[in-house]
Design a protein around this ligand. Structure first.
Ligand code: PEP
Ligand code: MG
Length: 317
């Protein structure tokens, strides 16, 4: 029976009416890669590349980053591996990039904002990613904390200029598929425009929830607000999924909610096609996908999206 369950874990997750949902892992270290595969991951929806940068007082070299990205991508063979560019700031400080303390670090210079202000460090990472993509065709790149079109344009411009410089020097480099995280409410409002410029969206519901609800997820006194099943958050996810659908790009979830089997049906109903989670959640979520009828989920989620309270949402789920 153990073997049977194991075989099921390794199989793709398809709904009762034949829609396949990609089930990916979130990784925050290289060591987790093998284990994620053993637990049924069909790719990586989020490599939190911060782990390469933390624990030292200087940035990792382009070469060591190149090697790490290749190693992770190669572990997954031809399965997609999405590497998120450095998302420092907020709860993850880094001495050599940040100057001084911020009063509101979550609302400060973090993620892509910080990288765009430290172009030298950012270029090392972009070069390493472009070179790794030349070696591993399954590697994709995702920018965190995008709020505006200007930020996305700047990031893409920089990636492009790195690509051209590498080519000019005769170093193998290939442009990866590019996506962005949707985790700032402004990005939801700008989703239609942003969707025209990228190949995929990945919704970061951890940060999106905290920013939509204006509630710090580490603060117990407001924890009743910090749920991705809040009607306001669900409507934001729906809006993002709709923008992606209209633009013909894919949309996934890489926040914690992706690993909650209670929410799987609602997410499928909203048109999400990829769920990326902690590897230990994969078996349960695959099971939830297999118990779902996609057509029915699409109808039922309309009722969920009309709910006025978190309690009502939870009762419907
Ligand atoms: C998120 O914000 O949902 C997310 C996946 O990113 P992180 O938790 O690393 O901020
Ligand atoms: Mg985030």
């Amino acid at each position: 029976q153990g073997e049977l369950a194991m075989a099921k874990t390794m199989e793709k997750a398809t709904t009762l009416d034949g829609r396949t949902i990609d089930i990916y892992a979130n990784l925050a270290s290289q060591e987790e890669a093998e284990q994620a595969i053993a637990l049924g991951a069909e790719g990586v929806g989020l490599v939190r590349s911060e782990f390469i940068f933390m624990g030292s007082d200087q940035p990792p070299s382009e070469q060591s980053q190149f090697e790490t990205y290749c190693q992770i991508a190669e572990t997954f063979g031809d399965k997609p591996v999405i590497i998120r560019t450095l998302d420092i700031g907020g709860d993850k400080p880094l001495t050599y990039m940040q100057q001084g303390e911020e009063e509101n670090p979550y609302l400060g210079c973090r993620g892509l904002r910080l990288c765009l202000q430290n172009v030298d460090v950012f270029r090392l990472q972009l070069n390493a990613l472009l070179r790794a993509r030349a070696k591993c065709s399954n590697l994709q790149v995702m920018f965190p904390m995008v709020a505006t079109m200007e930020e996305l344009n700047q990031a893409k411009y920089l990636l492009n200029s790195c690509y051209e410089a590498l080519q000019h020097s005769g170093i193998p480099a290939v442009m990866p598929k590019i996506g962005i995280m949707i985790e700032v409410p402004a990005a939801v409002a700008n989703a239609r425009q942003l969707a025209e410029e990228v190949s995929f969206f990945s919704i970061g519901t951890n940060d999106l929830t905290q920013y939509v609800m204006a509630a710090d997820r580490g603060n117990d006194r407001v924890s009743y607000l910090v749920s991705a099943a809040q009607p306001a958050v669900l409507r934001m996810i729906e809006q993002t999924a709709q923008a992606a659908r209209e633009a013909g790009i894919s949309v996934g979830i890489c926040g914690e909610m992706a690993g909650d089997p209670k929410l799987t049906k609602a997410l499928i109903g909203m048109g999400v096609s990829e769920l990326s989670m902690s590897p230990n959640r994969i078996a349960a979520v695959k099971q939830a996908v297999r118990a779902t009828e996609s057509k029915q989920a699409t109808e039922q989620v309309q009722e969920v999206l009309r709910a006025s309270t978190l309690k009502q949402v939870m009762a419907l789920l």
